[in-house]
Every structure is written in structure tokens, then in C-alpha cells.
Design a protein. Structure first.
Length: 226
């Protein structure tokens, strides 16, 4: 189970995820957001075999490319990895020649983010080509509907990087607390700006946790006083 989100801000992008990696019935702490180069991060939710193959291909890309230049190449990488897995899968011979059913055998959602002059968030799936999110948050993983519902009340707000970071932490934390999606800590937070990408330290993440707690208390106070 996975929950990964990217929230655009006026001065950057915040990417955050839960910290549990599930393999079969086993859950262990692990990173889901990764550095592609000094300016771009990527993350994925879905079948581990497909994600691993894509990660191997991403590691071979030139380090100085922009997300805009890589867009189509990234789409072809995902397409080729899916094709390879489908061809190796013994189940393929027992299925009718239906592209939709074949693609369902190996599926993953991929998120990439860069902030050259504005927020650029790219979404790729095994089912289709790359799409830009155009200043909208992107959520991938089993808890996506819950996270989108939490983000909806902040729709249209212009947030700076600090406030977007608090919001990202709060959404992931509340999704974990629901406990219905197999999510778990630690919460991993990244900031992408013109200066590059930064994975927040444990101390910085604890500061976000305290700010999220205060925000939640204020919401409760408003309900009680009302």
C-alpha cells in the first residue's frame, strides 16, 4: 500500500509519502521518493517488479536533463518495461488478446516533479502517455481518494513552500491515522525549488508535525466554539 503526493506552491513543489513498503504480506520502512538528478524527484505506486525495472532505466538517464526534455523518453521507458513484463508473464498465454486486461497484469503510477520557473508535475501510468498536472496536486497510491478529499478544501489557495509542506505532512499523517490503506510512518517530505531538491531531515519533519498538530487543534477549536 502506498500514498504519494505532490503539491505545487508559489515558490516550489512539495512531495511527500508514507514510509511503509509492502512486499506480499510483509511491511517494512522504506523510501518511495527518489532523486532523479539535482533538480528532479520521482516516485511510484504499484507493482514492485515494474517500479524496479523503471528505476533501473531511470538510473541510466543523463544527469543534466530537464523534465520537459525527458517527458517522452520517460513514457517510452514505462511502456517498454510493461511490454517486457507482459511478454515474460506466463499468464499472458491464457488471456484473450485484450490490451486492457494485459495491462492490468502489471500496473504502476509514476510521479516526477521539477521547479525550473514554475511547478512542473508529470504523471505517467502504464496505461497511457505522460500528462502535466498544470498547477494541480497529484496523488498516487491506494489512499489517493482519501487524500484528494482532504486536499479539496484547500483547492485554489496560493500556498508558499512552507505552508504547502505543512499541508502535505498533515494529509499523509491523517491518511495513516485512518488505517484503512495499510499505510505507515515515517513520513518522508521533499522540497523542490529553483535551487534544486532537498529531502527534509528528521528535525525539519518534526517541525512540520508540530505545525500540523497546531493546525488540527485550531480546526477543532473552530468547531467547538461554533
Amino acid at each position: 500500500m502506498t500514498l504519494i503526493l505532490a503539491i505545487p506552491a508559489e515558490d516550489g513543489i512539495v512531495a511527500a509519502s508514507d514510509g511503509q513498503v509492502t512486499t506480499g504480506e510483509v511491511r517494512t520502512p522504506g523510501k518511495k521518493i527518489h532523486r532523479l538528478n539535482d533538480r528532479i524527484v520521482w516516485a511510484a505506486a504499484g507493482e514492485l517488479a515494474l517500479i524496479q525495472r523503471v528505476a533501473e532505466r531511470l538510473a541510466t538517464l543523463p544527469p543534466d536533463q530537464t523534465l520537459a526534455n525527458l517527458r517522452d523518453q520517460l513514457g517510452y521507458i514505462v511502456k517498454q518495461c510493461v511490454t517486457d513484463l507482459v511478454q515474460m508473464d506466463f499468464r499472458t498465454q491464457f488471456l484473450p488478446p485484450d490490451p486492457e486486461r494485459l495491462l492490468q497484469l502489471h500496473f504502476a503510477d509514476f510521479m516526477l516533479a521539477e521547479f525550473p520557473r514554475k511547478a512542473e508535475i508529470l504523471h505517467l501510468t502504464a496505461m497511457g502517455g505522460p500528462e502535466w498536472m498544470e498547477d494541480r496536486p497529484l496523488v498516487v497510491g491506494s489512499g489517493d481518494l482519501f487524500a484528494y478529499a482532504l486536499l479539496r478544501k484547500y483547492q485554489g489557495l496560493k500556498l508558499d513552500l512552507e505552508r504547502a509542506s505543512i499541508l502535505a505532512y498533515k494529509v499523509i499523517e491523517e491518511a495513516i491515522e485512518v488505517g484503512a490503506y495499510g499505510l505507515g510512518p515515517p513520513i518522508d517530505v521533499w522540497q523542490i525549488t529553483r535551487e534544486g531538491v532537498k529531502n527534509l531531515s528528521e528535525t525539519e519533519t518534526e517541525t512540520l508535525a508540530e505545525a500540523a498538530r497546531q493546525l488540527r487543534e485550531r480546526e477543532i477549536e473552530l468547531l467547538v466554539s461554533g
